[in-house]
Design a protein around this ligand. Sequence first.
Ligand SMILES: [Zn+2]
Length: 251
Amino acid sequence: MKNIMLFALVVLLCSFTVDAKVKFGPIVTTEGVYKSFYEVQGDSYLIEGDILVEPALEKDMKGTARRTGRWDKGIVPFVVDDSIPNPSRIADAAAYLNAHTSIRLVARTNEASYVYFKNNGTAGCSSFVGRQGGKQIINVPDWCGSGSLVHEVLHALGFYHEQSRPDRHKSIKVKWSNIQLSAWFNFFVAPFAKKYGEFDFNSIMLYPSYNGFAKDPNKPTMTKRDGSTFEGQRNGLSEGDFAALAQMYPN
Ligand SMILES: [Zn+2]
C-alpha cells in the first residue's frame, strides 16, 4: 500500500513538473484566501477551467483586502471591448438577464466597479467569482456564445460551479482515474461555494460528465451517484439558478 501511495505521489509531482503551467499557493477570493492549485494562462490565473483567480498578496494574507463580492442593488455596469467580433452575443446575454431576473446589466458611465468584456481570441471564456471592486475582466473568445456568456456573468455575480459545491458528494461521483492528473485541481471542492437549494443537475453552472479534462474523452469525469451521466446546459437559468440568484440578491 505504501508503495502505491509513493508511486501515486511521484506521478503527481512529475505531472506538475512537466506541466509547468500549474502552480500551487494562496489565492484570493471575495470570501477570503485559501491555498489551491491554479493554472497560468498568459497573464491570467485559472481554476476549474474558466474561473479567474489572483495569487494572494501579503495584504490579502492579513485579511485587509477582502473584496466586496456582491453588486449594489444587483446593478452591473459593463463595457464591451471594441475588438470583440459579434458583440450582439454580449447584448443578448445582458438582455436575457435583464428580462428574466432582478439583475441589471447597464452600459458603464463612470462607475468605479464594472465588468469589462475582453477579446480573448481563441483562448477560453473566463470570469472572476463575485464583484472584485474596480475593473474586472470577463474573457470572451470568438467561440463563446450568449449562453456561455450568461454562465460567465453568473460567476461575476457570485456563482461557483454546481459540481464544486461542498455537499456535491451526495449527488455526484468524481471519476479521478479518468481525469488528467494536471487537471485534478479543477475538480476540487470550492471551499467558499454556498449551497443554494438542492444539487441542481439543470443548472447553467454545471459542467457536463464528458469534458475536456478527461484522459479518455469517451468516458465521463463525473457521474450521478447511480453511475448515469449528465449534460451541462447553457440555454438559460434553471429554476434552481433563479432561486439561488434571488437569495444572493434579495430585493
Ligand atoms: Zn464556469
